[in-house]
Design a protein around this ligand. Structure first.
Ligand SMILES: Cc1ncc(COP(=O)(O)O)c(C=O)c1O
Length: 441
């Protein structure tokens, strides 16, 4: 057998391009590079992640001070592990989340026997994604009673932020805890401290921060901030249920670095936000429609490529030919993530390529009709644990899904296990995979 080392070579070749995708270091942070040769394990000099007594304990204590949270626990398993940890405190209870939540919320709930109900939000008419949860909508659901926790995603993948202060007030009225999935906004509390939409640390009982998305932190580096009255031991015990016993130390060390960097360089993040806002205006001036998220996450731009007659995928191809890589390109949505590690030359290069595209007549987006919530026939847990069969995705409509399927990114479920597959979901499934697992009955 001939070993091509295809993955090794592909990863090794990374860097050297203009990155508008995660991770936040953009391959330009020498301190991150220095960790490449520091792979190690849990020895007395490095500490134990789930029973910290040394450098990890100290780094987490400092991070708690920086974030202003009661407790902070590091995760080398991304925000996914933080979500699993937070939800483990609600095992067997009832929870509420937006349907557009990250797939890990759905999966962890199924594993933990949490009865998870969805809130179906309004949809943005131009871009087709779900709009942020409002306090009114949260109240409409929480007033039915019986929920122990609400999971809200803010900012969402496209940078829109929810009114967290308003949602927290509603949660308090109904004695319901609040988990804020702040994965895309780890930096926001440092730029907009006290802001009712952007200071998640202030409003959540648990706050999930996927640091690697926006800070100079290696992929997989995240922190769980906890404001509830729980001890570090209690939180770590839950994290250990799901986390590897061999966490990556370069990733953990990069969290320590990233938190320190954020603390020292909040001003650079603020300035980058200003540069991104100025760039958005210039991109608008050359004809593109850009999502207005002036009250949201300020280090990302969502550009509507249909406004100049191109699909996002076509635009991505043009950008990649110039060595520029976005976070995602789907239909009319071209999403770009910025960080202070993107120099002015990166922004200029992007603008130059977008300006040079010969503008075509705008394409009207397909009307985004509001999705009819699918019928839930059985719980996700029962469906996942049922006997299953494989059917062609194209003909799966009407069957009960035995899997929760999401495209990553953005990791939002097209279908959740236990739901009857709609015609619309079957068409999306078919465009991604030939077969789908359904409940065999
Ligand atoms: C809103 C949201 N939450 C959680 C996650 C999971 O983050 P991670 O990849 O760090 O596990 C993602 C990943 O894209 C996300 O978009």
């Amino acid at each position: 057998m001939k070993h091509t080392l295809s993955l090794y070579n592909a990863v090794k070749a990374q860097g050297g391009h203009v990155s508008f995708h995660t991770p936040g270091h953009k391959f330009r942070c020498p301190q991150i590079d220095a960790l490449a040769n520091a792979d190690t394990t849990e020895i007395s000099a490095t500490d134990e992640l789930y029973h910290p007594e040394g450098p990890i304990l100290e780094a987490e204590r400092e991070a708690a001070e920086v974030f202003g949270a009661r407790e902070v626990c590091f995760s080398a398993g991304g925000a996914t592990l933080c979500i699993q940890t937070a939800l483990a405190f609600y095992a067997g209870k009832r929870a509420l989340a937006e349907r557009s939540c990250h797939i890990s919320v759905v999966n962890a709930s199924a594993l933990l026997g949490i009865e998870l109900d969805f809130i179906w939000g309004e949809t943005d008419a131009d871009f087709g994604f779900a709009l942020p949860l409002t306090p009114e909508k949260a109240e409409e659901h929480l007033s039915k009673g019986g929920y122990s926790v609400l999971v809200v995603t803010s900012p969402d993948y496209y940078g829109l932020c929810a009114d967290l202060r308003g949602i927290k007030e509603v949660c308090e009225r109904y004695s319901c805890d609040l988990i804020i999935d702040n994965s895309h906004g780890s930096h926001l509390p440092f730029i907009y401290g006290g802001d009712p939409r952007r200071d998640a640390i202030r409003y959540g009982d648990f706050i999930i921060n996927s640091l690697h998305k926006t800070l100079p932190v290696m992929t997989g580096g995240a922190v769980l901030c906890v404001n509830k009255d729980l001890s570090k031991e209690q939180i770590k015990a839950k994290m250990a249920l799901f986390g590897s016993t061999s966490p990556s130390f370069p990733v953990l060390a990069s969290i320590d670095l990233g938190v320190h960097y954020m603390w020292e360089n909040a001003d650079r993040y603020r300035k980058t936000s200003e540069r991104v806002a100025a760039l958005a205006q210039k991109i608008r001036a050359v004809g593109f429609r850009v999502l207005d998220n002036s009250e949201g996450e300020s280090l990302r731009l969502c550009i509507d490529t249909f406004s100049v007659g191109y699909t996002a995928e076509e635009t991505e191809k043009i950008l990649s030919q110039a060595g520029i890589y976005p976070e995602i390109a789907q239909d009319n949505r071209l999403l770009l993530l910025f960080s202070p590690f993107n120099g002015e030359e990166d922004l200029e290069k992007l603008l130059a390529v977008l300006s040079s595209m010969e503008k075509r007549p705008p394409v009207s987006p397909k009307p985004h009709k509001s999705v009819t919530p699918p019928k839930r026939v059985t719980s996700p847990r029962d469906a996942l644990l049922s006997p299953t069969e494989k059917v062609p995705s194209a003909t799966s409509a009407g069957r009960i899904s035995a899997e929760t399927f999401a495209t990553c990114p953005p990791g939002m479920a097209v279908v959740v296990a236990g739901e009857e597959i709609t015609e619309e979901a079957a068409a999306i499934l078919a465009s991604h995979k030939e077969y789908t697992e359904v409940v065999n009955r």
